[in-house]
Write a protein that binds this ligand. Sequence first.
Ligand SMILES: [Zn+2]
Length: 92
Amino acid sequence: MALIKCKECGKDVSEHAATCPHCGVTVNAQANQQHAQVPDYQQQYAAQQQAVQQQIAAQQKASNKSTMKFMLFGSLFSIISSLISSIIYRRR
Ligand SMILES: [Zn+2]
């Protein structure tokens, strides 16, 4: 972490700090701007949206799997029932 000199009080300030901790003057306009452009609540909202989308994707994957199982059981059932009916037909 590099240090820069405060232009107001001349003390060492972290380059990542937006304001001087000694006198409170704005020392890093870029850091200040970045902070202003992306407020915490927007980041939280974006993270929540991402989590919801991931949940939906996971649910869709799970439902796809259950649909596949259902189709597999359905085709198995139709094969078995046709076999049973053919056996019954032959016995008559
Ligand atoms: Zn200062």
